[in-house]
Design a protein around this ligand. Structure first.
Ligand code: F6P
Length: 325
């Protein structure tokens, strides 16, 4: 058991739906164990600038259903420097903070690792990113909401595509990861899914578009934004070169994928992991990300959580192929 008395929670990197549910769970679990709980505004930037304030049960009332993050988030340049991290540490010390819960993605955990090395402060991470690109959890907080936002949008696109016999190239988020594209692609019956992890086989894609024409009025190609072909417009241009008679449109879904009320799955995931994070700090854990694997709370060292291991399930890609006839 640790002697932790005062903990702080912050969100960092891109926001994700469910972050508020996670903040609520951390604050209320801390209070349940008679800890003093603080919030830090704007992630590491707020830590460097002393934006640290007490939180109570009321300050997290009525937020479980809200998208975004009430603590705000930022990408901090100052925290990347040793002097910035020193200032951040001094600000935490002024409040007596002896444990942190960091909610974010790989940038957040990279910063946390450095901070622990230099200042020996216990930190537990929660996976908060729509990209689902962390090792050590089946799903990250925000992913389920984001893919449901994508399928709602693409279902609408499919209606108009079908009415006009059009081919749509739809770009979804995922800077280095095709997991949003892949799962949402299966859910909307996409004819092709292009992801950064797999080199684009243009010939196969053209063949498929040609072949599927006889069975379908509309075709939808889902492209992850980090995909190596240069984004949705570049993909559309190549298709148009080959099939000039196709009536084509491009739609870039953008940041709508990051907003909105979290799904039940994200709220429950965030609540479970928020409780697990505080209990982990009290058990003396540090430098680890809490995740759920096959429904079980699991702790993964930050160094492993941020290693992009490819993470693509070949079987899901195979399913896109088989079902696109
Ligand atoms: O990491 C989450 C994410 O939404 C990525 O999918 C995307 O590439 C990136 O953030 C966009 O970041 P920003 O909002 O800073 O443009």
């Amino acid at each position: 058991m640790s002697n932790i008395k005062n903990i702080a929670v912050f969100t960092s990197g891109g926001d994700a739906p469910g972050m508020n549910a996670a903040i609520r769970a951390v604050v209320r679990t801390g209070l349940y164990y008679n800890l003093n709980v603080f919030g830090i505004g704007r992630g590491y930037d707020g830590m460097v600038h002393g934006d640290i304030f007490p939180m109570d049960a009321k300050s997290v009332a009525n937020i479980i259903q809200r998208g975004g993050t009430i603590l705000k988030t930022a990408r901090s340049e100052e925290f990347r420097t040793a002097s910035g991290r020193q200032r951040a540490y001094e600000n935490l010390q002024k409040q007596g903070i002896d444990g942190l819960v960091a909610i974010g993605g790989d940038g957040t955990f990279t910063g946390a690792t450095k901070f622990i090395e230099e200042h020996n402060i216990p930190i537990i991470g929660l996976p908060g990113t729509i990209d689902n690109d962390l090792v050590g959890t089946d799903f990250t907080i925000g992913y389920d909401t984001a893919i449901n936002t994508v399928i709602e949008a693409v279902d609408k696109i499919r209606d108009t595509a079908e009415s006009h016999d059009r081919v749509f190239v739809v770009e979804v988020m995922g800077r280095d990861s095709g997991l949003i594209a892949l799962r949402s692609g299966i859910s909307v019956g996409a004819e092709c899914v292009l992801i950064p992890e797999i080199k684009v086989d243009y010939e196969a894609m053209m063949d498929r578009l040609d072949r599927t024409r006889k069975n379908k009025a509309s075709r939808v190609i889902i492209v992850a934004e980090g995909e190596d072909a240069g984004g949705a417009f570049a993909v559309a241009e190549r298709i148009k070169e080959r099939f000039p008679h196709y009536d084509m449109r491009v739609s870039i879904l953008g940041h709508i994928q990051r907003g909105g009320s979290p799904t039940c799955m994200d709220r429950v995931l965030a609540s479970r992991l928020g409780v697990a994070a505080v209990e982990a700090l009290l058990e003396g854990r540090r430098g680890e990300m809490a995740g759920l694997i096959h429904g079980q709370a699991t702790f993964t060292p930050f160094s492993k959580a941020i290693k992009h291991l490819g993470g693509i399930n070949d079987n899901l890609l195979r399913i896109v192929d088989i079902l696109s006839l």
